[in-house]
Design a protein around this ligand. Structure first.
Ligand SMILES: NC(=O)c1ccc[n+]([C@@H]2O[C@H](COP(=O)([O-])OP(=O)(O)OC[C@H]3O[C@@H](n4cnc5c(N)ncnc54)[C@H](O)[C@@H]3O)[C@@H](O)[C@H]2O)c1
Length: 342
């Protein structure tokens, strides 16, 4: 069976420590007949020596531009702006098919260079995504909400390990009554992660999914200390929290909005219309007496780079034997590319 040469590029963003294939999975791929080249990276959470130890070749940062023609360049986030023409097959999250800012330029680079994009977001089986970062997004999103609620998140956030995060979740619970925390979208990937973090934190967790919001019981919703919104929402519908709720007395004080649907028509927390950042993670609403604080960070998985990389790699690895034939989920992703690039 044919095995393409996998080229793991260095991420362009200086804050991005994740990697799509971790050393343990690179070892499995090499045993299965793949050649794996890993670029040097100043930020990656796994050291280059860990890849060398399992038999990967190494290459300088950004040298994928000169990779052999058949190599498949694998990354997570956007490509650097150079070169102008893309000749290789690239696997990454391009965010290029929904009219996003800069999307047309990216597609034009592929068109000009004759390259091919196999966008990870569009790797699907029976229409369902098979590689995603949702679990750890929910985990860290819920964890930050709890820490903020406990007065333990005063300033900036940055990449951390799960062990450190869990230690903070456990140490800050001592001597407190368990907070009432509600996860909506609890059966999904991020909802499952959120539930796990809240459990580690010692919260009393309520889990709602679709059936529980058909007739929204807003008083019950507002009678929680913490809300973590993990709902995939495509159409406008009755908001979970309204402007009117902001001024009124309520138990709810902290919201982790994992969806970050802040500018979408389908925003279920429409009082908030902006994301928050690692530098300024919290936005404050409501009155002095009845504040409501929201964390809506749109790159949550990068805050747990090791765990996010491990789970991503575990999902991607088993798909790679089908890559050479563009079979299975690769065919689905390629179809999206062909629809957009002729
Ligand atoms: N902030 C970040 O860094 C980050 C990272 C990854 C994903 N996300 C976002 O998180 C969201 C969730 O992603 P996911 O991978 O967990 O999705 P998912 O499809 O695994 O789960 C979504 C869940 O929402 C439920 N749901 C849908 N409509 C509902 C409703 N009206 N009421 C209650 N539940 C409802 C679904 O049944 C499902 O269980 C998406 O918007 C995604 O883009 C954000």
């Amino acid at each position: 069976m044919s095995r393409p040469h996998l080229w793991i590029r260095a991420e362009a963003r200086p804050t991005e420590q994740r990697v799509p294939i971790v050393p343990a999975d690179a070892a499995r791929l090499i045993a299965d007949g793949f050649r794996v080249t890993v670029e040097e990276s100043p930020t990656r959470v796994f050291g280059l020596e860990e890849y060398v130890a399992v038999g990967c070749d190494t290459a300088p940062t950004g040298s994928w531009v000169d990779a052999p023609q058949g190599a498949v360049v694998v990354g997570i986030k956007e490509l650097p702006e150079d070169p102008a023409d893309l000749q290789h097959t690239h696997v990454f999250f391009a965010h290029a098919y929904k009219g996003q800012e800069g999307a047309e330029e990216v597609l034009e680079r592929f068109r000009r260079g004759g390259g091919e994009l196999l966008d990870v977001e569009y790797l699907t089986v029976d229409g369902k995504r098979v590689v995603a970062f949702g679990f750890w997004a929910g985990y860290v999103g819920a964890a930050l909400a709890v820490l903020r609620h406990r007065g333990e998140l005063p300033g900036e956030v940055g990449p951390m390990s799960r062990a450190d995060l869990d230690a903070r979740l456990r140490s800050t619970r001592e001597g407190r009554a368990a907070e009432r925390a509600l996860v909506i979208g609890a059966r999904g990937r991020s909802g499952t992660g959120a539930t796990e973090a809240l459990t580690v934190a010692g919260c009393a967790v309520t889990r709602w999914d679709r059936v529980d919001t058909v007739r929204l019981d807003r008083p019950a919703l507002l009678d929680h200390d913490i809300l973590v919104n993990c709902v995939v929402s495509a159409q406008p519908r009755e908001p979970f929290v309204t402007e009117a709720d902001l001024e009124a007395p309520r138990r709810l004080r902290t919201v982790g909005d994992v969806t970050c649907d802040v500018t979408s028509e389908a925003n279920l927390l429409p009082f908030n219309t902006a994301i928050t950042t690692w530098q300024k993670p919290v936005r404050r609403f409501g009155s002095q007496e009845h504040p409501l604080e929201v964390i809506a960070i749109d790159n949550l998985p990068s805050l747990l780079p090791r765990e996010s990389s491990e789970s991503f790699s575990a999902e991607l690895g088993p798909l790679l034997p089908d890559l050479a034939d563009r079979a299975g989920p690769w065919a689905a992703s390629l179809a999206w590319f062909r629809r957009h690039v002729h």
